[in-house]
Design a protein around this ligand. Sequence first.
Ligand SMILES: [Zn+2]
Length: 107
Amino acid sequence: MEAQYEVRTAGTADYIDSQAGYFSRVQVSCRECDARTGLTLTARGDDTQITCPAGHVTRDWRLGSEAVRDVAAAVADAGVEVVPADAEIQLRVPTRTEILPDYEDII
Ligand SMILES: [Zn+2]
């Protein structure tokens, strides 16, 4: 059984996508109700999920399991259970060679 990593946020978190000549910063949101605060980010193996305060569980390919694990480790180091709203959470977007269809409507 694979370990599960969880990051609970009081404020917002950002996807950081930086590749050659390209940089974007997009707030993580629930894909059902667009909530941007109070999200819980979980990673188990390569699978990641976003759970919003209303209980919606959605997925976003930009949320990489490695990024969740990194943030979870930093949160554990900081000794907090919920990342405070004034903290900055940056989640590096995994590199993709192809553009997925649902990427288009995000831009
Ligand atoms: Zn929601």
